[in-house]
Design a protein around this ligand. Structure first.
Ligand code: NAI
Ligand code: MG
Length: 489
């Protein structure tokens, strides 16, 4: 029902629609090594909390060097048998994992939302289905690798160390594990410290489908655990998604070690709206580009370039659209913007918002909702009067904060869009097909969306250029980092 706009409530009134299912969460979570849950040799634990309530959910094992050693050893031991299985047999395991994720989808979605703060409608409709899709997709490749790399012999790389972030916890685990397993590698996976629960539940799925012990090991912990994986001599490949800062560190640490490396790092992606674009659709693209997952998205469209004649219209419509975004309980099915993943991340975002105002940009937000008293919250917002030199136009914020700028010609749009150290993604909005091809070709970014934004598919390669990293995940290209190619077969 649509009600009159009021100053304190959203113009669209909804009843509360909280998730009704309770998910079992254990008090303590051990490490998953060699096919079993085991206590950490480190005897050390840390808490994971629900960022929307600040309540502790569980204690998680913090893996030390000896634990990482054990995990790498288990992966090494599992490698010969796993890599010698026929592709068809490996594919069966991947299909079984995908199906089990689907069967337990609701539980995964609720857990993801409780541990990480993202709205349930995103976990339910995006993260979990896409995670299942990645296993399905790669199950299909497992017995067709000789066609993916036609005329070459294909071998696995070996033991892969995979370190993932907190913004898409289960999905990032799937992005890393599915291609590695399809290609016959074994893995040591480290989830991010604020969001370990779905990776640990995925380990339960591995037990359920009878994945041979040691093929995937899940070690939880913070940066030190990640560093122990990266520096372990028996790891042949490192795959990392996270901050550019840690990515550079890992690049230094692996240089000269013979380890192969793929990095998926930060971004400051441009969304370009031409005057001839369908503006209402573009507004939806802008909103999903920057406010999806509270802006905790490496490819977020955080710099908006609008062609001058439509700037005022876009700003007016965006302001109006902001009013209809519901911020609050992530477990409520009507929530659009959930909780910020951690207190530290909220402080980072707030620092950028303050800097934006201090440097002279104009802040716009629609604070129509009363926020819960506990939890980490940030109203979706945008800045106008932004100069390219402003910090908010240059640095990754990783929050629901958009910088709006304008341009006069396609050349100026391109020059300004490419004027960044990053190159992960970009968006182009125009009705003219020729303009799409012309502009998209000249943008320095790994992924370019046209008349849409933040659309993902297992068959489509994802990854960046410049300081956004290198290597691709998804599609036939995403298999390449997980194979060693030999001469003609
Ligand atoms: P981070 O890069 O520290 O964390 C990502 C993963 O790396 C986590 O699993 C973490 O435990 C691990 N890690 C941390 N230090 C490590 C080390 N020395 N060696 C190996 N692994 C290590 O990111 P953080 O601190 O959580 O977020 C900081 C900023 O990074 C965010 O504000 C955002 O701008 C950016 N970020 C980008 C992501 C992306 O998807 N590109 C994801 C997460 C953060
Ligand atoms: Mg948590």
């Amino acid at each position: 029902m649509m009600a009159e706009a009021q100053s304190t409530t959203s113009p669209w009134e909804y009843s509360d629609a909280p998730e009704s299912i309770q998910v079992d969460i254990a008090k303590k979570y051990q490490l998953f090594i060699g096919g079993k849950f085991v206590s950490p040799k480190s005897r050390s634990w840390f808490a994971t909390t629900n960022p929307s309530t600040e309540k502790k959910l569980a204690d998680i094992a913090s893996a030390g060097k000896a634990d990482v050693n054990a995990a790498v050893l288990a992966a090494r031991r599992a490698l010969p048998a796993w890599s010698k299985l026929t592709g068809c047999e490996r594919g069966k395991y991947l299909y079984a994992i995908a199906r089990r994720i689907q069967e337990r989808a609701r539980e995964f979605a609720i857990l993801e939302t409780m541990d990480g703060g993202k709205p349930i409608k995103e976990s339910r409709d995006v993260d979990i289905p896409l995670a299942a899709q990645h296993f399905f997709y790669h199950a299909g490749w497992a017995d067709k690798l000789e066609y993916a790399f036609s005329g070459r012999t294909v071998k696995p790389v070996g033991v892969c160390g995979q370190i993932i972030p907190w913004n898409f916890p289960l999905l990032m685990a799937a992005w890393k594990l599915a291609p590695a397993l399809a290609c016959g590698n074994t893995c040591v996976l480290k989830p991010a410290e604020t969001t370990s629960l779905t990776a640990l539940r995925l380990a339960e799925v591995f037990e359920e489908v009878g994945l041979p012990p040691g093929v995937v090991n899940v070690v939880t912990g913070a940066g030190e655990t990640g560093a122990a994986i990266v520096n372990h001599p028996n790891i042949q490949k490192v795959a990392f998604t996270g901050s550019t800062e840690v990515g550079k560190l890992i690049m230094n640490q692996t240089a000269g070690s013979g380890k192969s490396l793929t990095l998926e790092l930060g971004g400051k992606s441009a969304n370009i709206i031409f005057a001839d674009a369908a503006i209402d659709q573009a507004i939806e693209g802008i909103v999903s580009g920057i406010y999806f997952n509270q802006g905790h998205v490496c490819c977020a469209g955080s710099r908006l370039f609008v062609e001058e004649p439509v700037l005022d219209t876009v700003v007016k419509k965006l302001k109006h659209r902001l009013k209809s975004l519901r911020v609050g309980d992530p477990l409520d099915k009507n929530t659009d913007i959930g909780a910020i993943n951690s207190k530290a991340q909220l402080q980072t975002i707030q620092k950028y918002i303050d800097l934006g105002e201090d440097e002279g940009a104009t802040y716009h937000s629609c604070q129509t909702e009363r926020l819960p008293s506990k939890g980490y919250w940030c109203h979706p917002c945008f800045f106008t009067d932004v100069q390219p030199s402003h910090t908010i136009a240059r640095e990754e914020i990783f929050g629901p904060v958009l910088s709006v700028m304008s341009f006069r010609t396609p050349e100026e749009a391109l020059m300004r869009a490419n004027n960044t150290r990053y190159g992960l993604a970009a968006g182009v909005w125009t009705e003219k097909g020729a303009k799409i091809f012309d502009v998209a070709k000249k943008l320095d970014a790994g992924v370019i969306w046209c008349n849409t934004y933040n659309k993902f598919d297992a068959s489509s390669p994802f990854g960046g250029v410049k300081e956004s990293g290198f290597g691709r995940e998804g599609g036939i290209q995403g298999l390449r980092p997980y194979v060693k190619l030999g001469g003609t077969s």
